[in-house]
Structure formats: C-alpha cells, structure tokens
Design a protein around this ligand. Structure first.
Ligand SMILES: [Zn+2]
Length: 662
C-alpha cells in the first residue's frame, strides 16, 4: 500500500548537531521539535528520499506577486534560486526551469513542481492550512516509505511563498527563502532551529541569513546526490584532493573546516567571499567563515571569534554599521565597559525585558546592562543626556545650550533637513547658523494650533507668534494655494505660509482646495501605486508596506510614517490597529499613531509584534521581526509560531538590524 508522508509524526531521533545536515526524515521544526516521517526505516544519506533520476524542474507562476516584487525581480530571483543549488560543486542533481506554472495547487501530485506566491490570507489558509503570520514560505515534497531499507523517490514538490502582506519582501530575502524551500523540495530538513549563520536550512531566518547553500548545506547535497569531488567548496584534507585550488582551513562557527578553495582578487562565485587567509593569500571562503577583525567589513565573511550564545568581552558580532554596510563589532559588558579599548564606549543592546538580555541578563531603562558592542566615542544615544564624561555614540552629536550646558545627543541636519528622523524637525539653534541644524523631536501641533515653543509643532511647522505655522522653505510647501510664502524676520532664510491656515473652521472644508488629494493624508486619497504630490496623484509610492519600519513619510507606500512605522489615517475602514491611538488633530481624518508597547506587548493585535522602531520607540509592527519562522517542510510544521525568540534591538540609531539571542 502506498502511504504518502504528508503528515509529520514525531518519534524519530533528530540530529542535534548544528554542524550537520538533515533530510526530510529527520529534521527539526521551528520550535526545535524533532520531526520524522513515520516510515519504518532508518534515516540516513543512503535511505532518505530523493529525486530519481536526479533532475527537478520547477514551474513558476509569474502572474500573482506581492506588490514589492516586480515581475523583473521575481524572474531574476527564480534564476538566482535555481543557480544557488546548481552551482554547488560535486553533486549530480540538476535543477531546471519548466516555464510558466499551470497550477496553483499546493501539495497536489499533478506532475508539476509549482512555485507560486499566495497574496490572499484566505487562500493561504485554505491551501497551506496554517496562519500566514509566521511563515515566509512552505514546501510539500511527498514520497512513499518504500521498502528494502530505502524510501521511495520524491514524487512532486510544491512551494508557496507568503505574499499576504505579513512580511515585507523588500526587507526579507526572496532568494534566501526560496532557496531554503527548494532545499526541502530536493530532500533536506532543518538541521537546527536557529542557526542561519550555519546553514541555509536553518528553521528560522535571521540577521545573517545566506542566499546560497553554506558549507553544511553543500555537504548535504553532495551526500544525497554524490558526484565528482575536488571542486570549489568540497570538503578536503589536503591540496592534492582539490581540483579548484588549495585546500584551506578556516574557522566556521567556531570550528575549523577544510574545503577546496581558489585564489581570488576581489570576488568569488557561489556566494563565497574573497578574504585573506593566513598562509594562503586571498582565497574564496564561505560567507560564514570567521575571518574579519573588529572594524573590518563583514557579512560576508564572518567575524573572527564570533559571539555564539553569549555576547561579551572577547567575542565579536557582525552588525549593520549604519553606513550602508556591516562591520565587526567587539562584544562588551555595558555595566563595566569590559571588552572595549581606551577610546571606545560599550553601547548596550536595546531590550523590552530581562529575557532579551540573555541568561541572567538585566534590562534597565530599555537597555541591557550585561551585553553590548564597542563603539567609537561615547555611549549616550539619540535623545539622551551628554556632556562631561558622557559622549554620544557615532551618528549623533552632543548639542548644548549657548552656555555649553544641558547637552543632548541629537542628529545634525543640513539646510534641507536631511539627517533627521521622520518624527524630528531640523532647526537652527543659534541665530548665526545657516547650514547645519539639529534634529529636534517634533510635536503634534498642526497649522493654526496654539504653541508656546518650537517643539510643540509638527515636522515642517514652526511656532511663530504663538501659532504653529507651515514652513515653505527647504522642501516644505503651503497646503493652500491662496497662501503666499513669506520670509521670517531674522529666520535665517526660513519662510512661512501667510496667512496662517488652519483646520479649525470645519471638517473637510479645505478638501476642495488642495487638489485631488490632500498631502497631509499621505497617499491615502490616491489609487494604490500612486503618491500624493502637491495635491495631485502621480505614479510611484514608497516601498514600505503598512506597519513596516520607516524613517520618513516618503518611505511608506501609503505616505504616512509615525514613530518609525508606516501607518494610516483613522477614518479608513477598520480604523486604527491595536496599539495605535487616533490623534484627531494631526491630519484631516486623524492619524493612527503607535503607542509604546515597551511595557505591554499585549496591546499589539495578532500578527503584530512589539519592535524597536527607527524613531527609537517600541511600536506594534508587522513583518519586521528579526526572528521569524522561515518555513517548514510540511504544512503542519509550518504552523509553528514564532516561538518567543527574543529580538534584541541594537540601540544607538546606527545599528538598526536586529539579531536574536539563542
Ligand atoms: Zn524550512
């Protein structure tokens, strides 16, 4: 009797060794629960299910895609995914492109290995039979238990990519997710739950995820589909075994691994990085090889002595350096400064609670007292007090009053306001400044509101004569065509809209006067795909979806960024999401502004998580978590929740990527 192994039955022993690989018959799920297939067979390279003959062609559906994935991007991601596995040396498996998919049927054995996006939550639930909230992608690859000590061949493989809007695919890698899913489709399980720095087949994705198979993944495909050894990346013990070049030995995740390499000048094939290795010169190494020193670029390669389960003095981390790249940072202990050099400070990791600071850690005032990374200069963060012995971290500057007192770490901005967060206004602090201002947190006052100080008015407005007035210099413009732009006396070139408008005279009164859309409402008055530009809807919108992270309004598809997250007006269907309050006066129709979820994550709706936003507030966001369940090899596994993995926000404005603690 044929029995398909669609359902997972726990019971077989899972491999707990992260320096290994797993097959469909012995992987673990996103909660580190051992899987199995219920077949009465041992699970090994000789008995696991595989494609026979070793050829798999995938058919892609180009018609249905999330809006952040253009057709050209989707097609190039298809090519990159197939190449990621084909380019591995030393195996006989061939992946091909079968052209356009005829079916959108997840798990049907219909002769077509379909890969398609599902953009509807209802369709996702119907086909995958799981909530889309924690699943980036999901694969079904049925096979028979077989007989005589070996499972039957894989019969079919279908992959669903989650395009329902839970995840922003500009912020998550399509290729990494799809290459991982294809890994399931060709016979592999998860070797480990939270090890994206070790294997593409890690059950959860993370900061350091790869778009291509890493050493352990490559060893897996060579074990299941053995071919000719000696090529780039294959395991070796001496140069004589390699046809590609020298056999090099480098630390990977703390263990020395030896593989066939080749010499290089700047770049390497197959996702490898060109790096100097002692005794070998510049050679190609795996992207997770621990080679880069603190201060060096990384990601790839990894850092020497990379921190694993514990962050502290003596180990290093590869993190976003806030300057369009990643660098190795030395780990340290904020409370003592241990681990840092003389001219460095220990910047703590951000946290919501003690558990996010690791075993025995303490979270105080939103920062871990026990874990951090060394940064040049001081440790005070944006908005925190500075002066005396306390310097600011890189990226912000200690701005004092005219007497050199009451310092606060602030961003600096140019004459056009560049450098500020979306929640800040660029203001000249002293009357003789004309080119460099400081970023001051903006208030909520709209045009016409009473004010007593500059920080009570919203971004783009200035408190003038006790009234918030709209600026019309440096990129700001008047909301009403009847206003004229007038210079502010003694205002260093600042101009304001005169006469001062205002909203107080009745709801909706101004709507006819601002064109077909009201720019204060972002792009909500425009069709999807358009933005509101000077009262007119024109093609082109921001790339970040609703409730994703943003720094300024223009980042958001809907044109509204508040407290570092893309939001919506209050007067749309459904109103404000949980954890958001309506500020009636912020914009016509009201603006949904996220409340702080720092002390109570329960205020966030289902599908949202409490995250540290670019505006340095804890907000209910969606699709931006660092620790997300990558996928599973069956729908049942795919239902695994996020499993409470702590997301540690690196504080300091400059380090925005998140990393998980095991
Ligand atoms: Zn998976």
């Amino acid at each position: 009797m044929r029995r398909l192994t669609l359902a997972l039955i726990a019971g077989l022993t899972a491999s707990a060794d992260v320096h290994a690989f797993a097959f469909l018959c012995n992987g673990v799920d996103a909660n580190n629960r051992p899987g199995g297939d219920g077949c009465n067979q041992t699970c090994s390279a000789s008995t696991a299910a595989r494609w026979e003959p070793p050829q798999v062609d995938f058919a892609f559906d180009d018609a249905t895609r999330p809006r952040e994935e253009s057709l050209a991007e989707w097609q190039s991601h298809q090519t990159a995914t197939i190449a990621a596995w084909n380019d591995v040396s030393g195996h006989t498996l061939t992946l091909g492109d079968a052209g356009a998919a005829s079916f959108r049927e997840f798990g049907e054995i219909n002769g077509e290995n379909s890969i398609f996006w599902i953009t509807s939550t209802t369709e996702f639930q119907n086909q995958v039979r799981a909530s889309p909230n924690s699943i980036l992608g999901v694969t079904l690859a049925p096979y028979n238990c077989g007989s005589g000590g070996r499972r039957g061949p894989i019969l079919d493989a279908d992959i669903v990519m989650n395009g329902t809007g839970v995840f922003n695919w500009d912020q998550n890698s399509v290729v990494s997710t799809m290459a991982h899913e294809v890994g399931h489709a060709i016979g592999f399980g998860h070797p480990c739950t939270d090890c994206s720095n070790v294997a593409l087949m890690s059950a959860t994705s993370g900061f350091d995820e790869s778009d291509v198979p890493l050493f352990d993944d490559q060893e897996a495909v060579r074990a299941l589909y053995p071919g000719t050894p000696g090529g780039l990346g294959t395991a070796c013990t001496n140069d004589g075994q390699c046809t590609s070049g020298p056999c090099v030995t480098v630390p990977i995740n703390g263990t020395n691994r030896s593989f066939c390499s080749q010499t290089c000048t700047t770049t390497c094939p197959n996702g490898m990085a060109c790096a100097a290795v002692a005794g070998e010169g510049d050679v190609c190494v795996f992207s997770n090889a621990g080679i880069a020193q603190p201060g060096d670029a990384c990601g790839p390669p990894g850092c020497v002595d990379e921190c694993t389960s514990t962050i502290g003095a003596g180990c290093n981390l590869c993190l976003d350096n806030g300057n369009n790249g990643s660098s190795c940072f030395a780990g340290c202990v904020p409370s003592s400064g241990a681990g840092c050099g003389a001219d460095e400070g220990c910047a703590p990791f951000g946290c919501n609670n003690n558990s996010e600071c690791g075993t025995g850690g303490t979270c105080t005032n939103g920062a871990c007292t026990n874990i951090g990374v060394c940064v040049a200069g001081g440790t005070a963060l944006r908005g925190q007090a500075c002066g005396g012995d306390i310097g600011c971290v890189a990226g912000v500057t200690c701005v004092t009053d005219g007497n050199g007192n009451n310092g606060v770490c602030l961003g600096l901005c140019d004459g056009n306001g560049n450098g500020c967060l979306s929640t800040e206004s660029c203001l000249y602090l002293f009357s003789n400044e004309t080119t460099t201002g400081a970023c001051i947190p903006a208030g909520t006052g709209v045009e016409g509101d009473a004010c007593t100080d500059f920080d009570q008015c919203a971004r783009g407005l200035i408190c003038l004569g006790g009234t918030c007035s709209q600026r019309c210099d440096r990129g700001f413009s008047c909301g009403d065509a009847s206003q004229t732009c007038t210079a502010i006396s003694g205002g260093n070139g600042m101009q304001f809209c005169s006469p001062v408008g205002g909203e107080g005279e009745g709801e909706g009164e101004g709507e006819g006067e601002v064109g077909e859309c009201d720019p204060r409402r972002g792009n909500f008055d425009c069709p999807v795909g358009d933005r509101c530009d000077d009262g007119e809807c024109v093609p082109g919108e921001g790339e970040i979806g609703l409730y994703g992270f943003c720094e300024r309004d223009s980042d958001c598809a809907d044109g509204l960024c508040a407290n570092g997250v893309c939001t919506n007006p209050c007067d749309i269907e459904g109103g404000c999401a949980g954890g958001y309050r309506c500020e009636d006066d912020a914009i016509p129709g009201g603006l949904c502004v996220p409340d702080s979820c720092r002390d109570d994550e329960a205020i966030c709706d289902d599908g949202f998580t409490c995250e540290y936003s670019p505006a340095q507030r804890y907000v209910c966001a969606r699709g931006v978590a660092g620790g997300i369940c990558n996928c599973a090899s069956t729908g049942e596994q795919g239902a695994a929740p996020w499993s409470g993995i702590a997301v540690v926000g690196v504080v300091g404005g400059l380090l925005r990527r998140r990393r998980r603690l095991a």
